[in-house]
Design a protein around this ligand. Structure first.
Ligand SMILES: [Fe+2]
Ligand SMILES: [Fe+2]
Length: 133
């Protein structure tokens, strides 16, 4: 089942950030399809590379926005991003070394999905304090 944007659960009330999350979900679903259709390690490598680059650009943007709004979760958001940066870097290195089985790619995909949904719903949605609504 593809991931779907859920306005109520996922909105940060920052339209630019929401748009980036929507795009991330769209690209993640393409990755999901490539994995499900067994499109081979090359398609998987390409999408992973794209997702890493996209994540990096998005994290930078989001961290700047959080700082600008004196966000109460700025620090937590940054720490979480840093942990994920390390994880993505390791996944990329692992996949590029070519030793990843289809089974492992599915596990990577599930981890990525869980991280993304959890992070958006629990942390990104708190970037803007309720008072500034
Ligand atoms: Fe974030
Ligand atoms: Fe985010």
């Amino acid at each position: 089942m593809p991931l779907e944007w859920d306005q109520l659960m996922m909105t940060t009330r920052l339209p630019e950030i929401d748009d980036e999350h929507k795009e991330w979900i769209r690209r993640f679903n393409e990755f999901d399809q490539a994995v499900t259709q067994g499109k081979g390690i090359e398609a998987v490598t390409d999408t992973l590379k794209f997702l890493s680059e996209y994540a990096e650009a998005h994290f930078k943007h989001e961290e700047a926005v959080a700082a600008e709004h004196n966000s109460p979760v700025a620090e937590l958001n940054h720490i979480n991003h840093d942990q994920y940066r390390v994880q993505l870097h390791e996944i990329n290195r692992w996949v590029q070394q070519g030793g990843v089985s289809n089974f492992e790619v599915v596990a990577i995909k599930q981890d990525m999905e869980q991280w993304l949904i959890n992070h958006i719903c629990k942390i990104d949605t708190q970037i803007l304090p309720p008072a500034s609504e």
